[in-house]
Design a protein around this ligand. Structure first.
Ligand SMILES: Cc1cc2nc3c(=O)[nH]c(=O)nc-3n(C[C@H](O)[C@H](O)[C@H](O)COP(=O)(O)OP(=O)(O)OC[C@H]3O[C@@H](n4cnc5c(N)ncnc54)[C@H](O)[C@@H]3O)c2cc1C
Length: 416
């Protein structure tokens, strides 16, 4: 059965590349990932088989620039394709985002910033190592930023440190909620670079480097038995005197802090998973009320006016979510205006919250038989709740930024 795209290429004016990558991702996820999703969820197990499929399909290099042998997807193209994956396995889509982020930061994003020529050369030499690992050896990268303090929200320097030593860095620290822990080959960690052990920690010295999972001093701790997104295996990573060679940096020192400030839409890359979940909740509800969900009796429920109203409300919410999100990812660029940035926060909030609203409406509308574990809806419901919790743009922090952004011009304050 052919499944309609979330964003119809003609209606949403997609490029041929966007349409083709979305189709490729949707077909792979619908055919291979959907049937495996409930097992990974139930066992809180990492979707290794899905990653093998992605490596075979070339998708691990989706955002590696074409000049380096990858598919060269830009931010918007990736987001549209990744949303298709989120419809069928949220945990795979979310972990895929962690992997892809390491390529987006080092590729499309930095390529759009006017870096100094020497730094650009240094960076281009550096990234070849990572891209070769991904493209030629099928290596997977992850993105452990969170530490349990204010660093992942962008308010403080990271507590994980990288101390300069001969030929590299000595890394020490702890990362919580590190998706793909025990399964990624490299952890793309953010740390605070120190030239001397007693240097003051500063956000300006944030360093982005790839810690090999099998390096001495790397360990994974704690159990992983959460409400949702169980296949992400987001356990705790410990780095104890881990040596990371200079060439394993993902960016030259000093580049990440300005890239993060200049490219804020990058933090929206956590949303496509939930855009896909929102679509999946709506699709399930329509199919269920029509009596067309495989594995359930062909009972139609669509003739009841209350169901029709509920589906209409879901459709309105889905269309609002899609439109707001599509606009925000369409205008993503370095150094956005304050108005554009506010639309990005608004879109992030809308997708993360509406995915969960749609999931709960779907359960209420379809009824008790629809929330049995043999069907995907209850997993969508649990997974959808996690989107608003993702730093740095949690639902709460988006509202916080929007409120301040609306009432204060940049630089304005009420303090005397
Ligand atoms: C399924 C899943 C996968 C994840 N994967 C990764 C990953 O791969 N890499 C990674 O780095 N992180 C990951 N995270 C972590 C995520 O980004 C957050 O860091 C984590 O959920 C924070 O939880 P916390 O309870 O420690 O938050 P806290 O820091 O305790 O914050 C709790 C809430 O308070 C609010 N808050 C926080 N700081 C402020 C502030 N300064 N001002 C006002 N309000 C504030 C926020 O809304 C936040 O949600 C994952 C999380 C989940 C749920």
């Amino acid at each position: 059965m052919s499944i309609s795209p979330i964003f119809d290429p003609v209606a949403w004016n997609l490029t041929d590349e966007q349409a083709a990558l979305a189709t490729k991702t949707r077909n792979l996820a619908a055919t291979n990932f959907a049937p495996r999703a409930s097992t990974f969820d139930r066992e809180a197990a990492f979707p290794t088989e899905n990653y093998k499929d992605m490596a075979k399909a070339g998708l691990l290099g989706i955002c590696i620039p074409e000049s380096e042998g990858g598919m060269g997807a830009d931010l918007k193209t990736y987001m549209i394709a990744a949303a298709e994956m989120g419809r069928f396995c949220g945990a795979t889509a979310l972990t895929f985002n962690m992997h892809v982020s390491s390529c987006l930061w080092t590729g499309f994003l930095l390529d759009g910033l006017g870096l100094d020529a020497a730094i650009r050369k240094q960076h281009n030499d550096m990234r070849k190592l990572h891209y070769n690992r991904i493209l030629n050896d099928g290596k997977i990268y992850s993105q452990p930023f969170s530490e349990g303090g204010a660093a992942a929200a962008g308010f403080k320097a990271f507590g994980t440190t990288a101390l300069k030593t001969d030929g590299g860095w000595i890394v020490n620290g702890k990362k919580i909620f590190a998706s793909l822990s025990g399964h990624a080959d490299y952890y793309g960690a953010l740390c605070t670079a120190l030239q001397k052990p007693d240097d003051k920690h500063s956000r300006r010295n944030t360093m982005y480097l790839a810690v090999a999972a099998d390096a001495q001093g790397v360990s994974v701790e704690g159990e992983w038995d959460p409400l949702g997104m169980r296949g992400t295996v987001s356990r705790t990573l410990i780095f104890k005197d881990v040596f990371v060679a200079d060439e394993d940096q993902l960016m030259p020192l000093g580049v990440y802090p300005s890239a993060a400030v200049r490219w804020p839409h990058m933090f929206m890359t956590l949303t496509p998973t939930y855009m896909g979940i929102a679509q999946a909740c709506y699709d399930f509800t329509v199919a269920y009320l029509r009596g067309e969900v495989p594995g359930t009796p062909p009972v139609k429920r669509r003739m009841y006016p209350t169901k029709q109203i509920a589906v209409a409300q879901m459709r309105v919410m889905l269309d609002q979510t899609k439109s707001t999100w599509f606009q925000a990812i369409s205008e993503a660029k370095p150094d956005p205006s304050q108005d554009s940035l506010m639309r990005a926060w608004s879109a992030q909030y809308t997708v993360m919250e509406n995915a969960n609203h749609l999931a709960q409406l779907a359960i209420r509308t379809c009824g008790g038989q629809a929330m049995l574990r043999s069907l995907p809806l209850e997993r969508l419901y649990r997974d959808s709740r996690c989107g608003s919790l993702m730093l740095p743009w949690t639902a709460e922090l988006c509202l916080d930024k929007l409120g301040k952004g609306a009432l204060y011009n940049p630089g304005e304050s009420d303090d005397d």
